[in-house]
Ligand binder design. Structure first.
Ligand code: CMP
Length: 140
């Protein structure tokens, strides 16, 4: 199977605890290659735009406040079946339900402060990558 790409965010709870390297190591050990990476402070507009699909959910406002509360590291990951591979190593959204050996089991603090985001489909991966990266910033 050919390599595909997915989009990842290392969230403020993880950057605050200096876990950027530890999380990235788990991504790499899962067979994913970081082909783009930048540390940014998301604006409120960016957070609301990125999570627009969740606009009507009760947690939307708190989620946007959390995602703008500190630095995040946005990444493009490449590998065989990258979306599924990344979702497997991330673990369940709620860390209480995450399997052993996953990033969220190891590091997440709560369903909101759950350390990482990963695209849920190839279609959304493309939209999310384009939201944060120009083509020339991605070097495979
Ligand atoms: P993420 O993959 O970034 O996509 C949406 C985020 O909303 C999710 O991870 C969670 O961190 C956050 N979130 C907060 N509360 C909830 C909830 N009750 N159900 C699902 N996601 C939630």
């Amino acid at each position: 199977m050919a390599a595909t790409r997915t989009f990842s965010i290392i969230k403020p709870d993880a950057t605050r605890r200096n876990l950027t390297g530890a999380v990235t190591k788990m991504l790499e050990e899962a067979g994913l290659r970081v082909v783009a990476s930048k540390r940014i402070r998301m604006s409120r507009d960016q957070a609301e735009g990125f999570y627009a699909v969740h606009k009507e959910r009760p947690f939307f406002n708190d989620l946007c406040t959390f995602m703008t509360s500190g630095p995040v590291v946005v990444q493009v990951l490449e590998g065989e079946d990258a979306v599924t591979r990344n979702r497997t190593v991330m673990g369940a959204t709620n860390p209480a339900q995450a399997d052993e050996g996953t990033i969220r089991k190891a590091y997440a603090e709560s369903i909101e402060a759950n350390s990482v985001h990963g695209s849920d489909s190839d279609e959304n991966a493309k939209i999310e990558i384009d939201f944060f990266f120009k083509p020339e910033e991605i070097v495979g």
